[in-house]
Design a protein around this ligand. Structure first.
Ligand code: ATP
Ligand code: MG
Length: 293
């Protein structure tokens, strides 16, 4: 594939050779910037994103897809809000994927995600994504029973098959002009506990508390295994995964923003050039406007 899209280099980039291991990636990194520096760097990266998005929109050729996956309370919502604030809302759409509806269950598992893909010139953000199909569904295989599959596939086969479908789907998107970045916000079990406690103990955070989230914690290890394999099998040069330390929110947002800004830079986005014939028309109309009055 000859494309200028470059997966930005980062300590948190999941390797493409199938050697990713979740345990090798930090949840809190001492090398990360402190709160003050992280905020400054976030602001600088955001300015770059805002500027690049204008050119992305004007050029109208590339699409950009940002995928966010994480355990509950890792900070997906606030990261999306902070990294993309200031971006023209006309050029950016966030899709949050919850339990599939009856209509969505009437289709294959990639369908609803394909429907939400960004068109050319747009940034699409997936808050949860097609990866839930090899995460929550893998941890709770009874969910497969609702998916109306016409034949039984051995559970040992279904996850490698789904991972292969995802790799091929993303390769197809990349070949056709979608720049894909995937972020796993890597929060620790202890930090998740602290955040759940804060939701229970702080009145204005209580609305965020979901009893089911605490019950899902019991499956922590199964989720970690599912993330481990999903990231290992699907981190590719055309759709890289980044496992971002998530125990410090300011550092996490800074790392995400810088990776997004670097990726947009690699696309070499340009405002469309006017041709010689356009120029002649523009000159004529310019003169006509000046001559009014
Ligand atoms: P927040 O809690 O911050 O609002 P969230 O992403 O956790 O955000 P919820 O409505 O709490 O949103 O949860 C969505 C739920 O839908 C998650 O438990 C997720 O695992 C589940 N889900 C997403 N995709 C699927 C799927 N394909 N099949 C089954 N469950 C899914
Ligand atoms: Mg939730």
């Amino acid at each position: 594939m000859t494309t200028p899209f470059q997966a930005p280099a980062s300590n948190y980039l999941a390797p493409f050779d199938g050697s990713f291991q979740i345990g090798n990636f930090p949840r809190r990194d001492d090398a990360s910037p402190d709160k003050g520096e992280a905020r400054e760097r976030l602001d600088a990266a955001r300015e770059r994103i805002i500027d690049a998005q204008r050119r992305l929109f004007a050029q109208d050729t590339w699409s950009v897809l940002l995928v966010f996956q994480a355990m509950d309370a890792a900070g997906k919502d606030s990261t999306i809000r902070r990294v993309l604030s200031g971006v023209n809302p006309a050029g950016c759409k966030v899709s949050s994927f919850k339990k599939p509806s009856t209509k969505e269950l009437g289709h294959d598992f990639l369908w609803r995600h394909a429907c939400a893909l960004p068109s050319r010139g747009q940034i699409g953000v997936f808050n949860r994504s097609h990866y839930e199909e090899v995460l929550v569904v893998r941890v709770h295989p009874k969910i497969l029973g609702y998916q109306k599959l016409p034949f039984q596939t051995d559970l040992a086969d279904i996850w490698p098959q789904r991972l292969e479908s995802i790799v091929e789907h993303e390769r197809h998107l990349a070949r056709n002009g979608t720049a894909i970045l995937k972020f796993f916000l890597n929060v620790s079990r202890e930090e998740q506990r602290e955040r759940f406690l804060a939701r229970l103990e702080t009145p204005h955070k209580r609305w965020k508390f979901e009893p089911g989230d605490v019950r899902e914690r019991a499956h922590w290890d199964a989720y970690q295994r599912a993330y481990d394999e999903a990231i290992r099998e699907t981190s590719k040069p055309w759709a890289p995964w980044y496992a971002i330390p998530a125990d410090s929110k300011p550092a996490m947002r800074c790392h995400v923003a810088e990776i997004v800004a670097d990726a947009l830079d690699s696309l070499e986005l340009r405002y469309p050039q006017t041709g010689a014939s356009d120029q002649a028309v523009h000159d004529e109309l310019h003169q006509a406007l000046l001559a009014e009055e």
